[in-house]
Design a protein around this ligand. Structure first.
Ligand code: SF4
Length: 203
């Protein structure tokens, strides 16, 4: 159950900044709260902040965020109307020389950080949530999810929340072959078009 005193995005941000619910706060620069309109109809949930997001304190401002922005625009969605956040709010990484390499959050960290995602959902009350990748899907379904099995379908949870699962845009950055990359990008845009159609039909 969300905390009764956390009823706005501002109070939520403040509470998240002091979070010690899992060890990830220790090495990250800062917490990266969700961002967007407090009454957004759609919420996009990614995995966790990356290096750029950790430094900026803002979600989806790095290379994956730029791919996401482009796909959102191509799908006919307006980025400024979307609330974007992550399943895990602190950057998990492994130091490698001067670099910090992304490390996938584990089940414990995802489960501990769901508390904040639930607050975001309770405040924003989106009509549709788009899970970007397996970590977001794991958090939202509260169980492991095989992306290929549920991808591109809007599913309704018992509490009435509608969820759409697709890939995380960082997956596209890792594809080496240009043709495969282009095909997967088109598929990603198609998934986001389903999001746009679902919102249009609900209006
Ligand atoms: S990752 Fe989430 S649960 Fe863990 S310390 Fe950060 S805000 Fe808290």
């Amino acid at each position: 159950m969300p905390h009764a005193e956390i009823t706005t995005l501002a109070t939520l941000r403040e509470a998240e900044a002091g979070c010690t619910r899992c060890p990830l706060y220790r090495n990250a620069t800062q917490v990266v709260p969700g961002e967007g309109p407090s009454r957004a109809k759609v919420m996009f949930v990614g995995e966790q902040p990356g290096n750029d997001e950790d430094l900026a304190g803002k979600p989806f401002v790095g290379p994956a965020g730029r791919v996401l922005d482009r796909a959102i625009a191509e799908a006919g969605l307006d980025r400024t109307t979307i609330f974007v956040t992550n399943a895990v709010k602190h950057f998990k990484f492994e130091p490698r020389g001067k670099r910090r390499l992304h490390k996938k959050p584990n089940t414990y960290e995802i489960d501990r950080c769901r508390w904040w995602l639930e607050h975001e959902r309770a405040i924003v009350k989106p009509e549709l949530i788009v899970a970007l990748g397996a970590t977001a899907a794991r958090s939202l379904f509260e169980r492991p999810v095989v992306i290929a099995r549920v991808r591109g379908n809007v599913v309704e949870r018992e509490d009435g929340t509608r969820l759409l699962v697709t890939i995380h845009p960082s997956y596209l950055l890792r594809i080496v072959d240009a043709r495969d990359k282009a095909a997967e990008y088109r598929r990603f845009v198609s998934d986001l078009k389903i999001c746009a159609e679902t919102l249009a039909n609900a209006a």
